[in-house]
Write a protein that binds this ligand. Structure first.
Ligand code: SF4
Length: 704
């Protein structure tokens, strides 16, 4: 694929790149005139997205040149959160930040500096490298409830993250806990699923909401939010009891099958119906369909991770893939080999972090979060506010908006206000950035050269090519490299972004410029690799029963416990808070807390939305489009009611991460409709990851 075409007469250029308005990684052609991007369209030659580009992708130019875009570094000049800023040069800002970080390190230890990141503008590995080189064990992000549990619990179970092999022609597709058509999550692009659906496979959707996909499914399992692990255990029960599993595979390639069989005995379809509200007959039918329609893949999503059963849900689903013989087969769930780039674990220089520092990681008792080097944010907030187990004094935040995305937003605000130093690197002045001491302008995807998909486990990386420059915005990588120099860490970094890119690509024998021309680097797709070398687990087999988890004091088998705030675990709250609230519903037009200032997208979704069943609405005098209060024991927020029969009458679903860039700062309305005002950061957590519960809370709803 040619990286760019130019017309010398019109001064027009088309740059071949990769969109990063969300995680989808769609190929994009950026039209540039006189050094300015004027349009973006889907790249028909891109092997994965094949010309697909969603509304967010089409808004990329609008984002790049938006009038509210941060364009130069700012230093706070008034009270914290007063909105008073002084423009400073990059040199001044980075010199001052470095000296203040070193001051905190001298006085309180490197662990008093927390490095935070968000959805990863492909900078995540740089942030981890910087933290390790600096000596802090504390990197925090939403990763503890998003993606990392799937990665790490899968590695423990079967050695790698199983990916739905859409191009391998699945005859049955199970979409569980995500809405890929709207969101292109993690390593998937919506176009892959849409293409696979054209072949008319059996489709099973597990979702409390009747999404577009659920309405087209052969089987829609409308489970009670937060009960995914119980449902998966029920399906395992049916498959094992009815002998529908792949006996040859189980015998040769798994350990702990008998113990799993014992564990799932209790999860009869009848009991599972009581727990999940999915009729027993439907549980049986889904289990039989999945087990007997070969090949079958499961596309799992973030919703299985967002409660106390996080690790169990991932392991139960991985067990389903394994015992039905759908692991690493064409059209099943494949375990891709990595492309020839420096491995993430090597890149982040974990070995540079002294053992005594590693032991200080906040929340390290959640061993799988510790393995993923990710501190659950509740521990950061506690350390800042209470000095427990030690004080945290500074935070360097890359592309993250904790006021919107961490649980219990009001407590998060208290914590951020208490920091001695808060530095935010971002595209816009967010409510979190408003509380910072320094705000540094980040480059959007149109403005960076990068190895895209470096963190993902899809088996390939892509060249994201810089098309334009905007203001004084810098790629996150450059911010890290230049800051590292001032922190005395030059030895662990590079002189330029291009040198960094050359390093990442070094195992391929290619330099950045060659890769930029090539566009894509992929390991050959091979199936049933385990037949040659086994699975990459301690036993070389799929560990249905995990001795590793057992040795760390965790349950070695998947299980289900009732989340802490449901009508069953807290019947005392049921009268006051009679509805079940699931938070985190995505809009196809935004990416978490991003993009709400983009008029073309906001027009399509102007207000925060709460889905509620017409019966539940009528009982409260609520009409479609009415503003309503949603209230939990932590607080209340206002949303617009969307009446739909596609949700259970006892459940409501709220979109997340809403703020109003047009509203006055510093808050920009970040407590008006932000569902994390409603969530709790209190234990119990998932024991292995420290996951809090976002998808199963109790609430009441009434007209505003
Ligand atoms: S799905 Fe994501 S990556 Fe693809 S075009 Fe849309 S915003 Fe861009």
């Amino acid at each position: 694929m040619k990286s760019a075409d130019s017309d010398p007469l019109t001064m027009q250029r088309v740059v071949r790149s990769v969109c990063r308005m969300c995680h989808g990684g769609c190929g994009a052609l950026v039209e540039v005139e006189d050094g300015r991007a004027v349009g973006v369209r889907g790249d028909p030659l891109h092997p994965i997205s094949r010309g697909y580009l969603c509304a967010k992708g089409l808004a990329s130019v609008e984002l790049a040149y938006h009038e509210a875009r941060l364009k130069h570094p700012l230093r706070r000049s008034g009270e914290r959160g007063s909105g008073q800023w002084a423009r400073v040069s990059w040199g001044e800002a980075l010199d001052e930040i470095a000296s203040r970080l070193l001051e905190v390190k001298d006085r309180y230890g490197a662990e008093a500096v927390v490095f935070a990141h968000g959805t990863n503008r492909e900078y995540l590995h740089m942030v981890h490298r910087l933290a390790n080189a600096f000596g802090s064990p504390n990197v925090t992000s939403p990763g503890y409830v998003c993606y990392l549990p799937r990665v790490i619990a899968s590695i423990l179970t079967c050695g790698n993250l199983p990916i739905a092999d859409y191009d391998g022609g699945p005859s049955c597709i199970v979409v569980w806990g995500c809405n890929p058509i709207d969101t292109s999550p993690d390593e998937y692009c919506a176009a892959q699923l849409l293409r696979a659906l054209e072949r008319k496979p059996r489709l099973i959707v597990v979702d409390p909401r009747r999404t577009w996909l659920a309405s087209r499914a052969d089987l829609w399992l409308q489970l009670r939010p937060g009960t995914d692990a119980a449902l998966a255990l029920g399906m395992l029960h049916v498959i094992i009891e009815e002998g529908l599993y792949d006996k040859g595979f189980v015998e040769r390639w798994t350990v702990g099958f008998d113990k799993l069989r014992e564990r799932v005995k209790a999860f009869t379809p009848k009991r599972v119906e009581e727990v999940t509200w999915v009729p027993a007959g439907l549980v049986e039918e889904a289990a039989r369909t999945y087990a007997s329609t070969k090949p079958a893949c499961i596309h799992w999503g973030v919703k299985i991770e967002q409660n106390v059963n996080c690790t169990s849900a991932v392991r139960a689903l991985a067990s389903l893939m394994a015992i039905t013989g759908n692991l690493d087969v064409p059209g099943g769930n494949v375990l891709p080999s990595p492309p020839p780039v420096v491995r993430f674990t090597e890149f982040i220089l974990r070995h540079m972090l002294p053992e005594e520092q590693r032991r200080k990681m906040l929340g390290a008792k959640h061993r799988l979060a510790e393995l993923g080097s990710t501190v659950p944010p509740a521990y950061v907030v506690k350390a800042i506010l209470e000095g427990d187990p030690y004080p945290v004094k500074a935070m360097l935040a890359f592309g993250t908006n904790p006021l919107l995305t961490w649980p219990n937003s009001k407590r998060v605000r208290e914590a951020l206000l208490k920091l001695d130093l808060l530095v935010v690197v971002d595209l816009f002045m967010t409510p979190t950035a408003e509380l910072a001491d320094y705000v540094l302008p980040a480059a959007s995807w149109l403005e960076v050269d990068d190895v895209a998909f470096y963190f993902f486990r899809s088996g390939y990386v892509m060249a994201r090519r810089k098309a334009v420059e905007v203001g004084e915005c810098w790629p996150d990588h450059k911010v890290v490299i230049e800051l590292a120099k001032r922190l005395g860490l030059r030895h662990a970094f590079w002189d330029s972004v291009e040198e960094y890119l050359d390093y990442v690509l070094s195992p391929s024998g290619m330099r950045w410029r060659e890769f930029a021309e090539l566009g894509l680097l992929q390991a050959p797709l091979r199936y049933r690799k385990y037949e040659e070398g086994g699975f990459r687990t301690p036993s070389g087999k799929v560990e249905l029963y995990s001795s590793t988890l057992e040795s760390w004091g965790f349950d070695p088998l998947p299980n289900y416990v009732e989340p802490p705030e449901t009508p069953y675990s807290r019947p005392d709250l049921a009268e006051e808070y009679p509805l079940i609230l699931t938070t985190g519903a995505r809009s196809p037009f935004f990416f978490h807390s991003e993009h709400r200032q983009l008029a073309s997208l906001r027009r399509l979704q102007p207000d925060p939305q709460l889905e509620i069943h017409p019966e539940a609405a009528a009982a409260r005098g609520i009409g479609d489009g009415d503003w309503v209060w949603v209230e939990t024991p932590r607080g209340r927020v206002k949303m617009k009611a969307k009446l739909t029969e596609g949700i259970h009458p006892k459940v409501v679903s709220a979109q997340h991460a809403w703020w109003f860039p047009e509203a006055p700062g510093p808050e920009h309305g970040c407590f008006e409709s932000n569902v994390n005002v409603l969530t709790s950061d209190e234990p119990p957590y998932d024991p292995c990851f420290g996951a809090v519960t976002f998808n199963s809370l109790m609430c009441r709803v009434y007209k505003a």
